[in-house]
Design a binder for this molecule. Structure first.
Ligand code: G3P
Length: 218
């Protein structure tokens, strides 16, 4: 399973990338707005920190403008994945960019049929939004399971299921159980995943006992 972080905060990305646990980054217009920076600058900087796919989202909704924006974003760095919305125009943009060899992440996916369309359009990733479905009383993880099993029926589909809108560590566990290829999570969730009180307690005991030996490994 690949781990992406869902943020445009360059300092957070730098810190987490140093652990070697980050395979890619996803951004969206909300996260770019939150960064307070120009999209072209921030995406180029992120691409230079993390070699894996960096999703950069188009801002238009019509085919011609999305295509021009997508091409401009893709030209920034070879590891850009252009993010387009799951609309008919977005799918058309996806197909054109994919045919040109550009990686595309089709975002705002809320149904299995939408995911099938993204795969047909040649998307490298499709992003079902788990948390936002949970928010409206639908089981977001059920959708992840459905899409993974549908894609398994068609080995020629190359589209990876990217579980997005992840809100807590249990979402990551469940997405992994269901076989999602990628999970993109806020940095806070990645940090929460490492936490366990018994780890802290056990480490404190080991350190105290080690002190008593008076030894040094180095
Ligand atoms: O980047 C897309 C997605 O992960 C957004 O998450 O928490 O705004 O629903 P959220």
């Amino acid at each position: 399973m690949k781990f992406f972080v869902d943020t445009a905060d360059v300092q957070e990305i730098r810190d987490l990338a140093a652990t070697g646990l980050v395979d890619g980054v996803t951004t969206n217009p909300t996260l770019i707005a939150k960064s307070g920076r120009r999209i072209l600058d921030v995406i180029a900087e992120i691409c230079d920190i993390v070699p894996g796919p960096i999703s950069a989202e188009v801002a238009a909704t019509d085919y011609d403008t999305m295509l021009a924006e997508g091409r401009k974003l893709a030209a920034l760095r070879p590891n850009v994945a252009v993010k387009v919305p799951l609309t008919m125009a977005g799918l058309r943009t996806c197909k054109t960019l994919a045919d040109d060899g550009v990686k595309v992440n089709v975002t705002l996916c809320f149904s299995a049929n939408q995911a099938i369309l993204a795969a047909k359009a040649g998307a490298s990733f499709v992003s079902p939004f788990v948390g936002r479905l949970d928010d409206v009383g639908q089981d977001g993880m059920e959708l992840i399971g459905d899409i993974v099993s549908i894609f398994d029926n068609y080995p020629l589909f190359r589209t990876e299921v990217l579980a997005a809108s992840i809100r807590h560590p249990m979402h990551v566990t469940e997405a992994a159980r269901l076989g999602a290829h990628v999970v993109t999570m806020p940095p806070a969730v990645l940090r929460q995943m490492v936490q366990h009180p018994l780890t802290d307690k056990g480490l404190a005991t080991f350190m105290a006992d080690w002190q008593k030996t008076g030894q040094s490994i180095l």
